[in-house]
Structure formats: structure tokens, C-alpha cells
Design a binder for this molecule. Structure first.
Ligand code: P53
Length: 487
């Protein structure tokens, strides 16, 4: 990499979203149902519920961490509110939204495709209207010189595949995913360069995300194996269709610091970090690392593989690592250490860091630490495809003075810059999460907002859907304009 004084001149500044949290139009234009369409809203510490129907016709609900009964199918209760159905309605506002992104000077925009919009059942029947929608979005982006960054699958699966195949438990779903990839790679081969195969692959564990009914480790890791194989096949296929494609993986990276220099705490930190390194090891090196094979052995997990699987993994390593970074965490060997609330995974409190209203530790230096750790380990180009501050915004006379968000971004971008200029990390871009307000994945709330653009919508699905520029909008526009030299 050439030595730079700041951000590289072709650095990809932009923003990121996902279909199930932003797009809405859940039945428009021939779209089929997605698992997420049957997941109700929750709140901080109030889990979201999956609503389902049992084979005997009775109804039930479970949290996303629980198993669904065998044979249960997703069910939408007409009297309930489901945030994905309208979300913040990109489906009907894409021109207006993209014009706002262009006004901020975005060089790129990360969005995900909804699988069930393109293939309503997830099988090999294509909905041309769905493909045409994404083509219109991509053309709109390109007309402003904005590079589309596509997440092929972000946290959901067509409900038909969950109902009929137990989702990613089935190898048949590998073929269907590869069919989806072939369809979009062929259609958009001259319009899209950057792809990511699966969002936060280390977080895939539930019916809502991957269609599996049982959340037992055996089921989860077998499904994950199929996902790895599907991703590796997609990488090979994509490169065959267009050798210029850059196809990446995507991991939720939450570095774990040892609570102290006690060797036991340090070892806990290693164990904890392996949970996220494991998926990168497989997708960047092309094989399961030895510590993970030992962990499977110790936990009695057996991964059924077909003869070619190892060769497919080896041949389908990714071109870059996309990752989300929101916070760091703490690993401790003392189970009585003080817990930190609000995280998706067990975590201990870091006494040196403030937390957000949703309990996430705010740690800008942690982003530099993450960049160093990932680059030192893999030497692959890195892309920060999510980062941001979920907070409650107040509208005062049509203005939103989100100086807390500006402070968060300022500090994180400064650390990215140091990672590039002082640590020599090859960082290709930055797409802050929910650049326009959208539904929270964790809680299903609207009130946990990330955007530079405010959307008038509340937790009950009421609001005009009008868009407003927050103070951070103008600030980020100036950051992009100066290529990160003015923060
Ligand atoms: P929300 C937890 C921890 C780190 C990343 O999250 C996470 C999550 C999931 O809750 O997921 C990513 O909306 C994910 C996005 C999500 C975003 O982080 O819970 O890729 O879909 O919206 C922020 O505040």
C-alpha cells in the first residue's frame, strides 16, 4: 500500500442499510414473505417475538434465542405490528433518499437485497419485478456516481425455505442461494463490483436469520457449515462471471479485552475472540482452524460434510473483510465480575468506557485496535461496513441537534485515520450504519436511531415517513468533502 497522509483518495465514504430494516413494501411487487416479516417489535431488554403456527393449527410465539417446534411455520397476526412491513419505506422513497445521499457526497451506498423479493419462495423461480426494483435503485445510484455495495443476504431467509426445508439445515438451500447469486451476478455484472455474501456471519443462529427450527449448537454449526460452503461457491461463481468482482465476507467484530493481566483473564480473552475469528479463518484461509475442530470435539458437535466441501472452502476465500464495529467488550475468568447489560452476548463491564442508552460501550480506540488485529492476522483489505451510535433523537422546530452522534463519529473516524497513516492498515471504505433512520435489528424499535437523516416513524408504525436532515448530515457532508481531513 502506498504511504498516504490521510485517507486514500479513492476512499469509499458512504452509508449502510439492510432490506428487512429499511425497505418495507413487504408484499409489494411480487415479494414473497421473509422470516423477518413474522418477527414483532420489542424494546431495550424486551425481546422481539417470532409468531408461528404449529402443525395442529395452534399459534405460538418464541424469542429469537429459542427453538420453534418442529414443523411450525411462520405466521403473521393481523392485529400485531411487525416493523419490517413498512420499515422506513425505501421501497417507495428510494429516489428521494438517494438524492439525499448524493447531497452528502456519498461515494458508495451499502444495501442488502431481499432474497424473497428476487425469489419469492427462495427457490429457482425469479420475480422479475423484484430484480427490476433493484436495477432501478442501482441505476439511480450510478447516475450520481455512487458505487453500490451489495450484501447478498442480511439476517433473513425466504419463509418458504424455513417452512419447507428447515432453512440452512438443508444442503438444498446451498443450491438455491447459489442460484440467487448467479441471477444477480449475471444481471448486475457491469453495474456492481463490491459484494458481501452474508451479513455478520458469526451472528447467524436463529429461525429468523437462517430458518432453522432448533437453535441447539449442533443444528447451528451444521447450518453454518452449509452457509460457508454456499459463500465459497458464490465467491468462485462471481469471479467466473466477472473477474473484477470484489467479494467479501462480513463479520460482527467486538474485540474482547482481558479484564486484567491475570493469565486466566488473558486466556478468556483469546477464547472469546476466537468466536469471531473462527468465521474469518474459514473464509479468509479456506479451512476450519484447529481450535474450532477441538471445540466441536469437546462439545460433541459433528459436522457432516460432503467430499468436495473442503476443496470448495479452500477455493472460495474472500477478497476483503467487511466488518461492523460498534463496541468492545471484556472477557473475565471471574463469573462474578460485573456484567454489562444490553449486549447480544455475555459481556462484563469495562470501567474505563461510557455506554450508550442501549448499554453498548463507546470505544473509538477499539476501532483502531480492531483494524490492527484484523489486518495483522489476514493482510486482506478491510472495509468498515457498519459503525454508528444508536440514540434517541429529538425534533425541535424541524431540527435535530445530534451533537452526541457527531462526537461519536468524529472520534471513530480519527482512529481509522491513525490506523491507516500510522499502522499501515489497508482500509478501503467506511459506511456508517443506518445512514438514514431505520428499524433496529436488536430491538425492532424506531426510537434507537442511527441516521444522518431523520425519518418520521415511531415504534407503533405511525408517522408521515417524512425525511429531515440532522445536524450530523451537514457535518458528514463536510467530512466527505475534505476526504476526512476535517473532522
Ligand atoms: P441494532 C448486535 C451487536 C452488534 C451488531 O444493531 C449487531 C447486533 C444486532 O443487534 O448487528 C448489526 O439495530 C447488524 C444490523 C443492525 C446493527 O448492527 O440492534 O448488521 O442489522 O441493525 C445495529 O442497534
Amino acid at each position: 500500500m502506498t504511504q498516504e497522509n490521510g485517507f486514500p483518495k479513492d476512499f469509499l465514504w458512504g452509508g449502510a442499510t439492510a432490506a428487512n430494516q429499511y425497505e418495507g413494501g413487504y408484499l409489494s411487487g411480487g415479494k414473497g414473505l421473509s422470516t423477518l416479516d413474522a418477527v414483532a417489535g420489542g424494546a431495550y431488554k424486551v425481546p422481539r417475538k417470532v409468531t408461528f403456527k404449529r402443525q395442529d393449527g395452534s399459534l405460538g410465539e418464541v424469542t429469537r434465542e429459542e427453538s420453534l417446534p418442529d414443523g411450525a411455520v411462520g405466521y403473521i397476526d393481523k392485529d400485531r405490528y411487525y416493523p419490517s412491513h413498512v420499515a422506513t419505506d425505501f421501497y417507495h422513497h428510494y429516489k428521494e433518499d438517494i438524492a439525499l445521499f448524493a447531497e452528502m457526497g456519498f461515494k458508495c451506498f451499502r444495501l442488502s437485497f431481499s432474497w424473497s423479493r428476487i425469489c419469492p419462495k427462495g427457490t429457482d423461480e425469479v420475480n422479475e419485478e423484484g430484480l427490476a426494483f433493484y436495477e432501478a435503485v442501482i441505476d439511480e445510484l450510478l447516475s450520481y456516481g455512487i458505487e453500490p455495495i451489495i450484501t447478498i443476504n442480511h439476517f433473513d431467509i425466504p419463509m418458504y425455505l424455513a417452512d419447507h426445508y428447515d432453512g440452512w439445515s438443508s444442503r438444498k438451500v446451498i443450491d438455491y442461494y447459489v442460484f440467487l447469486c448467479e441471477t444477480i451476478f449475471t444481471r448486475f455484472k457491469d453495474k456492481v463490483t463490491y459484494w458481501m455474501t452474508f451479513n455478520e456471519i458469526n451472528f447467524l443462529r436463529s429461525w429468523t436469520q437462517i430458518g432453522i427450527h432448533s437453535v441447539e449448537p449442533q443444528s447451528k454449526f451444521q447450518a453454518l457449515h452449509h452457509i460457508f460452503v454456499a459463500s465459497a461457491k458464490a465467491v468462485q461463481l462471481g469471479h467466473a462471471i466477472n473477474p473484477n468482482f470484489k467479494i467479501g465476507m462480513m463479520v460482527a467484530y467486538i474485540p474482547a479485552y482481558p479484564m486484567s493481566c491475570r493469565p486466566e483473564d488473558v486466556y478468556e480473552g483469546i477464547k472469546r475472540n476466537r468466536q469471531q475469528e473462527f468465521v474469518m479463518d474459514v473464509q479468509c484461509r479456506g479451512y476450519y482452524p484447529s481450535y474450532q475442530l477441538k471445540a466441536f470435539e469437546q462439545e460433541g458437535i459433528h459436522i457432516a460434510k460432503e467430499a468436495d466441501d473442503d476443496a470448495i472452502l479452500a477455493a472460495g476465500t474472500v477478497d476483503y473483510i467487511g466488518f461492523s464495529y460498534y463496541m468492545s467488550t471484556v472477557a473475565s475468568s471471574d463469573p462474578n465480575a460485573e456484567r454489562s447489560e444490553g449486549n447480544q452476548v455475555l459481556a462484563y463491564k469495562n470501567p474505563y468506557l461510557p455506554i450508550s442508552d442501549w448499554g453498548w460501550a463507546i470505544d473509538p480506540l477499539g476501532l483502531r485496535i480492531s483494524l490492527c488485529q484484523l489486518y495483522d492476522r489476514y493482510q486482506k483489505p478491510l472495509f468498515v461496513v457498519e459503525n454508528g451510535f444508536g440514540a434517541i433523537d429529538e425534533v425541535v422546530d424541524g431540527n435535530i441537534h445530534d451533537d452526541y452522534r457527531i462526537a461519536y463519529f468524529k472520534a471513530h473516524i480519527a482512529e481509522m485515520k491513525k490506523a491507516i497513516t500510522e499502522d499501515g492498515v489497508d482500509l478501503i471504505g467506511y459506511t456508517p450504519w443506518g445512514c438514514i433512520d431505520l428499524v433496529s435489528s436488536g430491538t425492532g424499535e424506531m426510537k434507537k436511531r442511527y441516521g444522518f437523516i431523520y425519518v418520521d416513524m415511531d415504534d407503533q408504525g405511525k408517522g408521515s415517513l417524512n425525511r429531515l436532515r440532522k445536524d450530523s448530515f451537514y457535518w458528514y457532508r463536510d467530512v466527505i468533502q475534505s476526504n476526512g481531513s476535517e473532522l
